[in-house]
Design a protein around this ligand. Structure first.
Ligand code: NAP
Length: 308
C-alpha cells in the first residue's frame, strides 16, 4: 500500500472546504493529490471538472465523495469499478436501494467503503454510549432546531427529491441515536411539514420505538432563528444524560463531563486509514433506514413556501 495514501476530494463545496481538506492536510496517513468539481478548485493539486476524466487520466487515489446524496450513486459505482477505496459523506445515498447497491459493488470489487456519519465521531458520543450501556433507558428526546438560511445558504439541492430537507441535519441526530442505543429501532409515527414549493420537509416530528420498547421523540425544525439547538436527552433510572451541540458536550444530571475537543473529521480520516489498512469496510445504514421509514409512514402537511 502506498503511504501516505493518495486521496482525491470530489465535490468542492462547503463540507469539503470546511472539514475534508483541513482533515486531510492534518493527517500524515493521507496526501491530497487531486480535486474534482465542476466549479470549485483546490490550490496546489491537479483539478478536474469531470469525474470520468479524473478516473481515466488522474492520479491513482482513494476518493472522498463530498457531493450531495442524490448524485452520489453514479460516482460511487464508477469509483468502485475503477478499484478506488471510497469514503462517502452522509447521508450515504438518496435511497436504501442505492446504498445497498454501493455496498454490494464494493464488496464484489474488494475495495474499502466507508459510509461516514460524522456526528458519531463527536467527542461526547463514545462516553455517552459507555454511560448508557447496561442501564435501563426510560425515554429519549431529540431536539434539532436550526436556521436553514444560516447553515445552507444557496443550497438548492436540499429542497429537491433526494435532498432530505430537514433530515439532512436530522439524520445526524439519528446517527448518534443508533450509535448510543444499538438494537432494533423503528418509526412509529411521523409528521413532515413540506413547503408548498419544495419536495422535502422543513420540519418533522417523529415518534420512534427503540430497544426494549424505549420511546424516542424527535423534533427537527429548520425555521428556528433563536438559540440553535442540537440536543439529545436520555432519561435513565432517575438520571438524565444530555448530549448538546450535536455531541460536542455532555452533561450527566446537569453536571458537565469533560469529553475533550471537537474531533469529528480527524476521527473520520483516522478510521478511513485503518479501514484501508485492514482492507475492511464500514457502512451502517441504520440512520438512513429510520429516515426512509419516516418518509414512508409520515403524514405530509403543506406549509408556507420557502424563500431563501
Ligand atoms: P455544497 O456546499 O452544495 O457542496 C456540494 C458540492 O458538490 C458542490 O459544491 C458541487 O460542486 C458538487 N456537486 C456535484 N453535483 C452536484 C449537484 N447535482 N448539485 C449540487 N452540487 C453538486 O454541499 P455541502 O454542504 O458541502 O454538502 C455535501 C454533503 O456533505 C451532503 O451530503 C451534506 O449532507 C454533507 N455534509 C454537509 C455539512 C455542512 O455543514 N454543510 C456537514 C456535514 C456533512 P461543483 O458545482 O463544483 O461540482
Amino acid at each position: 500500500m502506498t503511504h501516505p495514501i493518495p486521496v482525491a476530494v470530489v465535490g468542492v463545496g462547503k463540507i469539503a472546504r470546511d472539514q475534508h481538506l483541513p482533515a486531510i492536510a492534518a493527517n500524515r496517513d493521507f496526501r491530497l493529490v487531486a480535486a474534482v468539481s465542476r466549479h470549485g478548485t483546490v490550490a496546489g493539486v491537479p483539478n478536474f471538472t469531470d469525474f470520468d476524466a479524473f478516473l481515466a487520466e488522474g492520479p491513482q487515489a482513494a476518493v472522498a465523495l463530498c457531493t450531495p446524496p442524490a448524485v452520489r450513486l453514479d460516482m460511487a459505482l464508477k469509483a468502485i469499478a475503477a478499484g478506488r477505496d471510497l469514503l462517502i459523506e452522509k447521508p450515504p445515498a438518496a435511497t436504501l436501494g442505492e446504498i445497498e447497491t454501493i455496498i454490494a459493488a464494493a464488496r464484489t470489487a474488494g475495495v474499502t467503503l466507508f459510509a461516514t456519519w460524522h456526528s458519531r465521531f463527536a467527542p461526547a458520543v463514545a462516553p455517552a454510549k459507555a454511560w448508557l450501556s447496561g442501564r435501563v433507558i426510560d425515554s429519549v428526546t431529540i431536539t434539532w432546531k436550526e436556521d436553514v438560511r444560516r447553515w445552507h445558504p444557496g443550497q438548492d439541492w436540499i429542497w429537491q427529491p433526494g435532498g432530505f430537507g430537514v433530515f439532512d441535519p436530522g439524520i445526524n441526530a439519528l446517527s448518534i441515536l443508533t450509535e448510543i442505543l444499538p438494537g432494533s429501532m423503528h418509526v412509529t409515527t411521523a409528521t413532515l411539514e413540506v413547503p408548498s414549493n419544495c419536495a422535502t420537509p422543513i420540519g418533522a416530528v417523529l415518534a420512534m420505538t427503540g430497544p426494549a420498547g424505549v420511546p424516542v421523540q424527535a423534533a427537527f425544525d429548520w425555521r428556528h432563528e433563536g438559540l440553535q439547538t442540537w440536543d439529545i436527552a436520555v432519561e435513565a433510572g432517575g438520571h438524565q444524560l444530555r448530549l448538546s451541540l450535536g455531541g460536542a458536550q455532555l452533561t450527566i444530571d446537569g453536571t458537565p463531563v469533560d469529553v475533550g475537543p471537537e474531533a469529528e473529521y480527524s476521527g473520520i480520516y483516522r478510521r478511513f486509514a485503518d479501514l484501508i489498512a485492514a482492507r475492511a469496510s464500514d457502512a451502517d445504514i441504520a440512520p438512513l433506514r429510520l429516515c426512509a421509514d419516516a418518509f414512508l409512514i409520515g403524514r405530509q402537511i403543506a406549509v408556507a413556501p420557502f424563500t431563501g
